[in-house]
Ligand binder design. Structure first.
Ligand code: PBG
Length: 330
């Protein structure tokens, strides 16, 4: 007997509803936020439509909105004024610096919110690299790791429940863990950017945190080769041995294979960062009417979850959470 396809579809739908592993929830979304000093009103970031640089009090308000939507964590990125940047990123370690102040204010106002603090030197250095450079302009691994470990302790003591080293130096997870433990920060978690690729898709982020000349900065000496999957898996698993509490793959959408392979090899929580360029390209295509924003957004996030990510850092966090809320109310 040949049945109309609508009948077959209805028959299948009932069971698909039970079997669905499409579990995008606000809980699995983490909102990245760019925070500045001073009292200026929010400044739009042209290459990240809908994203703004916020001062500390506007950040507190934004977190109020996000928690109201069910979001439980934010990933914080300080935008440091040029006058504080130097070759050796000294401002990073100032106790009265912008980042510790943000964390203290947020912890006071939102004690339940999980604060994920990015640990790298690029916001503080004039050259925009994630590490310290020698006279030849090469990144020096060990002095950078020492600097980052002190930064991680400073941020943990200021209120970061999670520190997230995004620098890709060797041995930094172990060194940060030791530094945290010997400073009494035993409960601070480390979310390691375990597989971070030297990607062309970070452009708008660099626009957001620094100046646009750095948009195309080459970080291939310390970030991973996009063509090399086994090296990425090996590198990421080293972070497990070094005692990372969770792993992150970045970017997300172009690296679903890496997410899926890591998912099979670790029981640690697995995060993925849908980076600025992934977000910007969806927005750019919807501006011309070539894609539908909501559908492209939801599909891109569902794919990252399907590959095996437990949670997703995404500039779509607020919109996606609010769409989920509306759908559940309907
Ligand atoms: C650097 C850092 C980068 C991002 C997060 N942390 C950029 C880089 O490696 O140059 C990119 C995030 C994004 O593109 O959204 N510490």
């Amino acid at each position: 007997m040949i049945l109309a396809s609508s009948i077959l579809e209805e028959r299948g739908d009932r069971l698909r509803m039970l079997a669905s592993d499409d579990t995008l929830t606000a809980r699995s979304l983490v909102a990245p936020l760019f925070v500045t000093d001073g009292n200026d009103p929010p400044v739009e970031i042209p290459s990240l439509p809908g994203m703004q640089r916020l001062n500390i009090s506007d950040t507190l308000r934004e977190c109020e909105t996000l928690t109201g939507l069910g979001i439980r964590a934010v990933a914080l990125f300080p935008v440091i004024a040029d006058e504080y940047k130097d070759h050796t990123a000294t401002y990073a370690l100032r106790e009265d610096g912008l980042f510790p102040r943000i964390l203290r204010a947020l912890q006071d106002a939102h004690p339940q919110l999980i604060l994920i603090a990015d640990v790298a030197l690029d916001p503080y250095s004039t050259h925009g690299h994630d590490g310290l450079l020698n006279a030849q302009g090469e990144v020096m691994n060990d002095p950078t790791v020492a600097h980052l470990s002190k930064l991680a302790v400073l941020l943990a003591q200021a209120g970061a429940g999670v520190v997230a080293p995004s620098d890709m130096m060797d041995g930094r997870v172990r060194s940060i863990r030791n530094a945290l433990n010997s400073s009494g920060c035993h409960t601070t978690s480390i979310l390691s950017y375990a597989a971070k690729f030297a990607s062309a898709f970070y452009g708008p982020f660099r626009d957001a945190v620094s100046s646009s000349q750095k948009t195309y900065l080459d970080k291939r000496t310390y970030q991973l080769d996009p063509a090399n999957a086994s090296q990425a898996i090996r590198d990421a698993l080293l972070d497990v041995e070094e005692d990372a509490d969770a792993l992150m793959v970045k970017p997300a959408g172009l690296y679903l294979d890496i997410i899926a392979r890591l998912r099979e090899r670790t029981t640690l929580p697995l995060a993925a960062y849908q980076v600025s360029g992934e977000y910007a390209q969806i927005h750019a295509a919807t501006r011309t009417g070539w894609l539908n924003l909501d559908r492209a957004r939801d599909e891109s996030l569902a794919a990252i979850r399907r590959a095996g990510a437990d949670f997703i850092l995404t500039y779509f966090a607020r919109e996606a959470a609010s769409a989920l809320l509306q759908r559940s109310a309907a």
